[in-house]
Design a protein around this ligand. Sequence first.
Ligand code: 6GU
Length: 225
Amino acid sequence: MRIDILTILPELLQGPFSASILKRAQEKGIAEIHLHNIRDYATNKQKSVDDYAYGGGAGMVMSIEPIAILIDKLKAERKYDEVIYMTPDGEVLDQRMANNLSLGENLIILCGHYKGVDERVREMYITKEISIGSYVLSGGELAAAVLTDSIIRLIPGVLNDETSALTDSFQDDLLSPPVYTRPPEFKGNRVPDVLLSGNFELIEKFREEKALERTKARRPDLLGE
Ligand code: 6GU
């Protein structure tokens, strides 16, 4: 999987991809993440990437030219499964969407800023618009990092224990059950006895019950309730 991220703030994205699972996925050659600075493709001598909105109003709009040049260049080099635009008015990311995107080979992710991009970018280049929730972020970069993480961890070979992505919260539309580790008692608060029993049938039953209980209490929408 190759992901090309188009941004005016590449420095905001370097951190999340240089540690832990995403770092290891790149070292193993399973994932390639390329950060592109849109400003490098600015066409005027001021190197500006935004301009005033036609019709007036507050806020700048990201210009089409540098973005178009960059996307055209990438598309000439390989075929992309999706050209994604991160925007609060996009379709809200969920596990199903991450699963589907993880099956692709090449993705472009464009990070929005200011008042958004010139509408013609969306019409001419974007195949999918994604939001990560009902709140507003300063830009699409943090959302792109969330999306990229949710996709890459699903690619076979990225996680050490390949079954562990399958037992994640949401993978079966249930939240995960509570987990515990040593010590067995902390300030009088004991780990549930069943988990220390060694009876795997009972442990599995306990976990299923707790997952269902937690989902009912916190996310009944996942159960269609
Ligand atoms: Cl993708 N971008 C911005 N700026 N804010 C958001 C978002 C994206 N998703 C939720 N809020």
